[in-house]
Design a protein around this ligand. Structure first.
Ligand code: HEM
Length: 529
């Protein structure tokens, strides 16, 4: 034993005698994780969150969250002598005078964008593979909470510099708060500490942005990861993988090395983007002034769909008992997002109600084998995408030589018509893919080799697929639809007949599938070949 090993051993022994950590570490460091590239998406969220904490802490050393009016005398000539808030002036200082400041600002902003992409794509992987099913429903709900908080946190972040773009965004937030019936204007006065914009808002959202939300994030991410740990990770079906085991590599050393390396890849990509790609050049927008707005104002992408919904809303208002109800903001700004997020959070429960499936699931689905779920996802994505496109209606109109009216009507009609079309098309594609799988199992792979038979007929030679592949394509379960009869055995109508009828219908729609190839069918065809 070398001297170094002896010292390390002594230190480890000293710590273990006092904490008993060795047993715990041994058990947990050997924990096995399954391997699939899509399981890295959650890690991208985690690493960009760490980058956000580090770069954000750097920015707090110079950022001055104050609405105090100052006259700019800094290094950026075009704004010299302009009156602005201390917040905006300090953001300019970070950009032009603090060493590495602009790089840090850009890394922070890019990390926020990547964080949100990571969250959304991670959510889609969890959704389309059915990883949210029992026992992971709580983790799904925590995830929806993280998504919501991420949107709010990002919005508050780019509102802080108090430039013309961020002020415009806050103005929209004020309009949405005011649209809440009856209490809206009181809530707005409460949030802004008086009339808009007031002096209180920036200091308030600063505390929320740097302290309250990051604290909640830390707590929720910890619980999220503890649940992944405790419930174990799901896995795709494969040889030896069952609902009761996890096949993969141990945390130490395989995943420690992989995760460490991956952290640096995420950090490297973010730093590269921060170094070469300009993001949120606030000096070009100028300080916020409620009387001005710049052309082509765009929110960050994760807010774009909400902005797009508000932009396409028809001007409907009702005057009731002395109150104005602005449906044009209330519906796209609050009611629709409320329905979308509630639906998202409740989806695991809705699906298990429809299928009647209350069992645990640790093996993932291929999206094509759950056509209804996949189609619902495609429908929701299409709705969000049309809204997002309309969030950039002004820029799209100028770039593609269209009018704003054309864009507006495209999105108003598109947001209603395209999602159901996406549903039908996706469901059909899934069923076609199931049919292709069935053909593959029964008739083998098309080789592209044509053979002429003695009778002159041309046939293509098919090659049987491996037994492993055939097993993979047929190992999934096809759940039968629920049968909840309207009357019981003695002919008496069951209670909640209507609810049962709806459930039957939904369950039937959910269970539509191309019957997978059975072993008997395979054998019969083998004899035939
Ligand atoms: C701050 C944001 C988030 C972080 C840091 C995060 C992190 C992670 C990590 C590292 C994993 C394990 C690896 C993987 O499956 O990718 C995981 C799993 C999981 N996440 Fe997230 N996540 C976040 C947001 C979300 C969201 C928005 C949802 C869904 C609404 C979600 C739902 C889940 C579920 C259900 C699992 C278990 C998946 C399984 O076992 O297959 N997470 N998360």
């Amino acid at each position: 034993m070398t001297a170094r090993e002896r010292i390390a051993g002594n230190v480890a022994g000293y710590v273990d005698d006092r904490t008993g950590a060795a047993k715990w570490m041994k058990k947990n460091l050997q924990k096995v994780f399954p391997d699939h590239w899509s399981f890295l998406l959650g890690e991208i969220c985690l690493y960009s969150f760490i980058i956000l904490l580090l770069s954000g802490t750097f920015l707090t050393f110079w950022f001055d969250p104050s609405m105090r009016e100052v006259v700019y005398e800094g290094a950026y000539e075009p704004l010299q002598g302009v009156k602005m808030s201390a917040a905006y002036a300090s953001a300019l200082e970070i950009s032009f005078e603090v060493r590495g400041g602009l790089l840090m600002r850009q890394i922070h902003h890019w990390a926020a964008l990547i964080f949100m992409v990571g969250i959304v794509v991670h959510l889609l992987r969890v959704y389309f593979t059915g990883a949210f099913r029992k026992p992971r429903e709580f983790n799904w709900i925590i995830g929806v909470g993280l998504l919501t908080l991420g949107i709010v946190e990002g919005f508050l972040g780019y509102s802080l510099p108090d430039d013309l773009l961020s002020g415009t965004g806050i103005r929209i937030a004020e309009a949405i708060i005011q649209a809440i019936p009856v209490v809206g204007s009181y809530l707005s006065y409460f949030a802004f500490g008086g009339a808009f914009p007031g002096l209180a808002f920036i200091p308030r959202i600063y505390i929320v942005h740097v302290l309250i939300l990051p604290g909640i994030f830390l707590a929720l991410i910890t619980v999220h990861l503890m649940l992944v740990w405790y419930q174990k990770h799901t896995q795709f079906p494969g040889p030896g993988r069952t609902e009761k085991n996890v096949v993969g590599y141990p945390l130490m050393p395989v995943y420690m090395a992989k995760a460490g390396g991956f952290f640096f890849i995420v950090f490297g990509v973010t730093a590269f983007l921060g170094a070469v790609a300009s993001i949120n050049p606030i000096w070009l927008y100028g300080p916020y002034n409620p009387g001005q707005i710049s052309a082509g104002s765009q929110p960050d992408w994760y807010m774009g769909w909400l902005d797009g919904l508000v932009r396409m809303a028809p001007p409907i208002e009702t005057y009731l008992f002395g109150y104005t109800i602005s449906w044009n903001i209330l519906i796209p700004g609050l009611i629709l997002p409320g329905i979308m997020f509630t639906g998202l959070a409740l989806y695991p429960f809705i699906e298990s109600w429809i299928t009647g499936d209350k069992r645990e699931h640790h093996l993932l689905d291929r999206p094509r084998n759950a056509p209804n779920r996949t189609a619902i996802g495609a429908m929701a994505l299409t709705f969000t995408l049309v809204s997002l496109i309309n969030g950039g209606n002004d820029l799209i109109a100028t770039h593609f030589d269209l009018t704003i009216n054309q864009m507006m009507w495209f999105s108003r009609i598109g947001v209603i018509v395209l999602p159901p079309i996406a549903f039908i098309v996706t469901k059909r594609i899934c069923l076609s893919l199931q049919r292709a799988d069935r053909d593959l199992v029964l008739h083998g792979r098309e080789t592209g080799r044509l053979v002429r038979m003695p009778n002159g007929e041309f046939v293509e030679v098919h090659e049987p697929i491996s037994a492993e592949k055939a097993w993979l394509l047929t190992s999934h379960e096809q759940i039968a639809p629920l049968e909840l009869p309207e009357v019981d055995e003695s002919g008496v109508r069951r209670p909640a007949a209507l609810r049962n009828k709806i459930r039957n219908r939904l369950s039937r729609a959910h269970a539509v599938a191309v019957p997978k190839a059975t072993e008997t069918e395979r054998r019969e065809l083998e004899g035939h070949h």
